[in-house]
Each structure stands twice: as C-alpha cells, then as structure tokens.
Design a protein around this ligand. Structure first.
Ligand code: TPP
Length: 209
C-alpha cells in the first residue's frame, strides 16, 4: 500500500513504546462513536484506564473481554459486520493474537472495511507472569498479518507514526493492522470484573439496548 510505504514492515524496526501512553493517544483520536474491543490481558486494563475521564465517567463504546484469549478480533469483526457504518477497533496482546491467528485470514477474506486491529506486542504473556511469547524469538505479527491477506498492516515506528496510522484507520477503508512494540510497564488500572455490566453498557453505547 502506497500510504504505508513509510511505516516499517518488521518488528525489529519499531520503537519500544508504552501501552498506556499509546492507548491514551488512540482514545484521544476517537471521534466518539467508534467501538473498541479490548482483549484479555493488560491491553484490556489500559483501555479501561485510558477511557476513564477525570470525573470518573467512562467511554461506553468499549467492550472488555474477560476470560478467553484471542477473542478481541472475532468480537470486533462481529460488531463491524452488524454495524457497518461504525468504525471498530480490536485491541489485542501478542500472546492472545498468536492463539487466534486464523482470525486474521477471516478478516482479510471478508475485506472488513470498518475494522482495525491494534496489537500491543510486549513479547510476553505479561498478565500471567511474563512468560515469553513467540514474538520474542522471531514471530512477526505484521508479517503474519500480511501473509494472511491483510495488506494494510504495519508496525508503528514511534508514537507519531502510531497516531498517523490510527488516523488512517479511522478515515480510510480497512481492514488495518497496526503492530506496536511495547515495554513491560504495568497497566494503570484494573478493569472492573463485572461481565454483565460490561455487556450492558456496551450494548447501550452502540445503541442496541
Ligand atoms: C484460552 C486461554 N488460555 C489461557 C488463559 C490464561 N491467560 C489469561 S491472559 C494470558 C496472557 C495474555 O497475554 P497477552 O495477550 O500477550 O497480553 P499481556 O498479558 O501481555 O498484556 C493468559 C495465558 C486464558 N484466559 N484463556
């Protein structure tokens, strides 16, 4: 893709950034109605933290997957299919997407225009103790995504490039995949563990309840 020519295709070329900082930057670029699906892991917690406003209120167009790995992309794709006028972002950890790689090919084969996938790659299953994932030893999520048919996939070289890629994903046809290398920083908060409430608020947030 011509507009991705300036963005690196390899993990080694990407700066190691901070998950909370990137998530805050992403939330700041949302216009309001985009749906964001947080996968299990610390990606989820930082989405919760970055979506909590100073007055304690919280963005209601977010869904927080608690329980199973690898479901952010499938859930986001379901929302994107059901509501094609809405932009949908899946936020997932490297460990979790490695468990559900077939979802990338499914998204590619559907050519889901309103869907973007953001992978927070810390090379570890951080929330369960920091065991190394395969990205530490050579698996490159962006290369896997491209080989799965997601041509519009790139690593964010740095924070400014990340914002540029998010802006693209919010305005131009997808599907998109944005890889982010992140450090081992702890998340800023913990998602409230109340699945029924999470589901209910999200359904209200996207206007189906
Ligand atoms: C199917 C499944 N296997 C294992 C677990 C246990 N588990 C929960 S989160 C997690 C690690 C998630 O790693 P990653 O997606 O890389 O996110 P991070 O914790 O690094 O933010 C594991 C092993 C689970 N919840 N579901």
């Amino acid at each position: 893709m011509a507009h991705l020519a300036n963005h690196p295709a390899t993990r080694a070329a990407a700066k190691v950034m901070n998950r909370f900082d990137l998530t805050q930057r992403m939330v700041a670029l949302l216009r309001q109605d985009e749906a964001v699906i947080g996968g299990i892991g610390y990606t989820n917690f930082d989405l919760w933290a970055a979506s909590t406003r100073a007055d304690g209120s919280r963005r209601t167009q977010n869904f927080y997957m608690l329980g199973s790995m690898g479901l952010a992309v499938p859930i986001a794709m379901g929302v994107a299919i059901a509501q094609p006028a809405r932009r949908v972002i899946a936020l997932e950890g490297d460990g979790s997407i490695l468990m559900q790689l077939g979802a990338l090919g499914t998204v590619a084969s559907r050519g889901q225009k309103n869907l973007a996938i953001v992978i927070m790659d810390n090379g570890a299953y951080q929330i369960t103790g920091g065991q190394a994932t395969h990205t530490e030893t050579g698996s490159d999520i962006v290369a896997i995504a491209r080989a799965s048919g997601l041509a519009q996939s790139a690593w964010a070289a740095d924070e400014a490039a990340f914002e540029e890629l998010i802006r693209l994903a919010l305005t131009e046809d997808g599907p998109w995949l944005i890889g982010c290398r992140i450090d081992a920083g702890k998340p800023r908060d913990t998602t409230e563990r109340d699945p029924a409430r999470i589901r209910d608020q999200f359904m209200r947030g996207i206007g189906v309840r």
